[in-house]
Each structure stands twice: as structure tokens, then as C-alpha cells.
Design a protein around this ligand. Structure first.
Ligand SMILES: CC(C)(COP(=O)(O)OP(=O)(O)OC[C@H]1O[C@@H](n2cnc3c(N)ncnc32)[C@H](O)[C@@H]1OP(=O)(O)O)[C@@H](O)C(=O)NCCC(=O)NCCS
Length: 147
């Protein structure tokens, strides 16, 4: 596999991010390009992940959103590199890092642990209001390794 360059995104990357996410029927969920970190291979954007500041019940926390590797570039370490880059960015932060994901196995390998549904409800208003909550496919996870 050729070299993978990980970098922060800028406004100019907007279309490429949208194109990549649309492969998986994901959208930017109201995020800005600047929320994203990108993986580039041969000058082409082949992976992305967003870091978002959230707040609930007076608690501030960080979240990973919209992580994706291009279908032809999955299983080559791009997702891992993106998450590790985010972990390095937030190293000094006092806030906890969470993710809601359909791929818990991937995040477990990076030090995330599943949290209880009761905590999920405390963190996300949209979960509280969601009629599919009981059969939701998304696991809520918290980054738990010592920073
Ligand atoms: C999830 C995703 C971002 C992972 O990126 P990736 O570059 O393929 O992952 P990596 O190559 O870094 O894999 C790291 C490890 O996680 C595992 N893994 C990756 N995707 C997995 C999946 N879907 N299910 C189970 N394990 C997975 C890999 O097998 C690998 O394990 P290993 O270290 O034992 O070999 C990518 O597969 C993807 O874009 N999936 C589709 C979009 C999606 O589902 N996004 C998440 C929405 S919450």
C-alpha cells in the first residue's frame, strides 16, 4: 500500500468529503469541512473522520462522527490512522471522547468500550427522542485508555 498522509481538512476539501461519505449514504450531518481529518493516498482523499464538540446536561464532550474509508481502501489501516490522529489532537483535552457506531469491533481495537444505554440517553437528546432506540444498531462507546 502506498503512503497514507493524514491531515486536517479545509473548505476546499468539502466536495471530496461529501463524495466519500455518499458512498455509504452518510452525509455531513451539519458539520463543516474543518471538523474533518482526512487520509490521502496519491493526492486523493481516501478516508475521513470528524471530531465534534458536543454538550449535554452541562457536560462537554467530544465525539467522532462520519468515519469512512473509500471502499477500495478498506482494511488497509486508514480508519486506524484517522482515529489515532484524532486521539493525538485531543491528548491534552480534559473532555471524554465518545462515538456512536455500527462497527464496535473496529473501535474496540482502538481502546473504546461500549457504554450502557442509560448513559447513551444522558448524552444524546436525539437518542432520547428516537422511536427506534430499543432496536438501535448503533453502539455508544467511550474512549477508555489512559491518555
Ligand atoms: C469502519 C471503517 C472506517 C474502518 O476503516 P478501515 O481503514 O477499513 O479499518 P482498518 O484497516 O484501520 O482496520 C483496523 C481493524 O479494525 C477491523 N475492522 C475494520 N472495519 C471493520 C468492520 N466493519 N467490522 C469489524 N472489524 C472491522 C479490521 O479488521 C482491523 O482489524 P485487525 O487490526 O485485527 O486487522 C471502514 O471500514 C468504513 O469506511 N466502513 C464503512 C463506513 C462505516 O461503516 N463507517 C462507520 C459508521 S459509524
Amino acid at each position: 500500500m502506498k503512503e497514507i498522509l493524514i491531515r486536517k481538512a479545509s473548505k476546499q476539501d468539502l466536495l471530496a468529503i461529501q463524495r466519500l461519505l455518499s458512498t455509504y449514504f452518510l452525509d455531513m450531518e451539519g458539520l463543516e469541512a474543518e471538523n474533518f481529518v482526512l487520509a490521502e493516498v496519491d493526492g486523493q482523499i481516501r478516508g475521513c473522520a470528524a471530531l465534534v464538540n458536543s454538550r449535554s446536561h452541562g457536560k462537554e464532550f467530544l465525539e467522532i462522527h462520519s468515519i469512512a474509508a473509500h471502499p477500495n481502501f478498506r482494511g488497509k489501516g486508514i480508519g486506524t490512522r484517522l482515529v489515532r490522529y484524532i486521539l493525538a489532537i485531543i491528548e491534552e483535552s480534559a473532555c471524554d471522547l465518545y462515538v456512536r457506531t455500527t462497527v464496535p469491533q473496529f473501535f474496540e481495537k482502538l481502546g473504546f468500550e461500549k457504554i450502557e444505554n442509560s448513559e447513551k440517553l444522558l448524552l444524546w437528546e436525539d437518542c432520547k427522542e428516537c422511536e427506534h432506540f430499543e432496536k438501535c444498531m448503533q453502539y455508544a462507546m467511550k474512549y477508555s485508555h489512559s491518555r
